[in-house]
Design a protein around this ligand. Sequence first.
Ligand SMILES: NC(=O)c1ccc[n+]([C@@H]2O[C@H](COP(=O)([O-])OP(=O)(O)OC[C@H]3O[C@@H](n4cnc5c(N)ncnc54)[C@H](OP(=O)(O)O)[C@@H]3O)[C@@H](O)[C@H]2O)c1
Length: 252
Amino acid sequence: MNRFPGKTVLVTGAGSGIGRAVALAFAAEGASVVVAGRTAAPLDETVALIEAAGGTAAAVTVDVTDSDRLRNLVRESVDRFGSLDVAVNNAGILRGAVPVAEVSEEDWDAVLRTNVTGVWLAMKHEIAHMRENGGGTIVNVSSNLGAHQRIPNAAAYLTSKAAVSALTRAAALDHIHQGVRIVAVSPGAVDAPMSLRPGETAADRAERMKTENPLGRVAQAAEVAEAVLYLASPAAGSVVGADLVIDSGSSA
Ligand SMILES: NC(=O)c1ccc[n+]([C@@H]2O[C@H](COP(=O)([O-])OP(=O)(O)OC[C@H]3O[C@@H](n4cnc5c(N)ncnc54)[C@H](OP(=O)(O)O)[C@@H]3O)[C@@H](O)[C@H]2O)c1
């Protein structure tokens, strides 16, 4: 398929994991992709992978907690490729594995600032551009943990991702009449480092999934990317504010 020819797609957190898979998938379907994150080297690797496959991409270093840099990121994307049609707000962190009373203020602030404020600030600047320039689509990467499922010792992360799911619905309602369609995906455990427990290998995780997870395996990042591409495509034109859970049945 070639669903995004001539479109510009911005992906935050695109130097690894789900973000990289999303960037590769959009590029493979004709989009020019701006890959953003804090660290240049992994972003350059994503660009190299896209270019090696015949696609088009550019890397921009940005911290999603910095509003001015996000404003510039939107401007740089448009300057470079001529438009901003789709944004995937994927950057996120997971910190600490302790009960609520033991969560440090530093970890709490970092997780909320990155996962919630970062998504809000990114949307703020993306929407400001899109509503003045023919509309667009935003896909936020939330999690099944939070709105859909809870586990012990992950309070800051659960709180942040429940907020991303709620923020997605709020933003969708506020801006759909301006032509900006906003949705979310909520992955469960994915084949990326974030789903590994401390000290766990990928093989250990595969073993754990056989009993912990109804499907018996983690989702592939490429499977999450497929869902993101569908949600960003015209085929999902009437999907507004939805939060698609992709968690191998964990919250079923
Ligand atoms: N893996 C899972 O099982 C899973 C499940 C459900 C939801 N998710 C969500 O999916 C998203 C991607 O996770 P992942 O598993 O692919 O993790 P990952 O490999 O750690 O990717 C996260 C990316 O976000 C970037 N990032 C972190 N803080 C940032 C900041 N302040 N500004 C800009 N970029 C920042 C990181 O790059 P830099 O450090 O270089 O900035 C990294 O490339 C996250 O929102 C996560 O919560 C993951």
